[in-house]
Design a protein. Sequence first.
Length: 285
Amino acid sequence: MDLRFLGATGTVTGSKYLLTAGGSRVMVDCGLFQGYKQLRLRNWDAPVFDPASIDAVVLTHAHLDHSGYLPLLVRHGFRGRIICTPPTYDLCRVMLPDSGRIQEEDAEHSPALPLYTEADAFRALDCFETRAFHQTFEPAPGLSVELLRAGHLLGAAMVAVRCGDTRLLFSGDLGRPNDPLLPPPEQPGAADILVVAIGKPEFVKGDWIKPGAAAIDVGINRVAAPEKGEGKSKLVGDCDFASCEPVAAAITPVPRGVGPMTIAMLMANTVIAAHRAAGKAVPKF
Ligand SMILES: [Zn+2]
């Protein structure tokens, strides 16, 4: 199994995860980079993967930083299915053509060249299929997927993927526990691999993590710390350390993108987790 992070690293937009298992390739989310021009320019880079080789895209929700690259994916040769909840499709039917129209209006190049067009967006919409929450489906052979309620936006889902004995969970953006209009995020069950970037302090509790799994926490949240003095604050991750630490074999915080030291820690923690899971003595590094 191979999992690649093709966006939303070092920034919060451009979510794209590519999961390859056996001969199957499924992308979770397909978002645009948004914000500063330096970021937006990354949308113009040639894809580092072959879109024609991807069997399906599963969307967490309709916000453009999770869905807005789909018209380009289709333009670059993707011919698979795009699967999401019915409300997410209803929102994409409005938002993707609208995004194409805005790209055409804002084209800055000379001659004017839009990132993609309204027509590209309609071609992407032809690939959509919907699945209800909790309806298990196979986007590609060997991969079974279930969409779980995430709150956040109409139709927003967490994507739970089962591949053999391994369960992966992609949180997408999560809503509040007490929103007046939307349901709270549901308890997703424990997973072997959590891809969680939600920006909510200490939201992920220990019961989301299978015993012995390695957790990678990319959250960075500033919260009040009255214990350090009046007006003081501290940084905490998305994982609730007190309940996660006894369950996970290792927690690696990744507060500011991935550098060589972080990669070294991730590799060391993965080896430590594997040894603990196998009941073997933990090696020293
Ligand atoms: Zn969102």
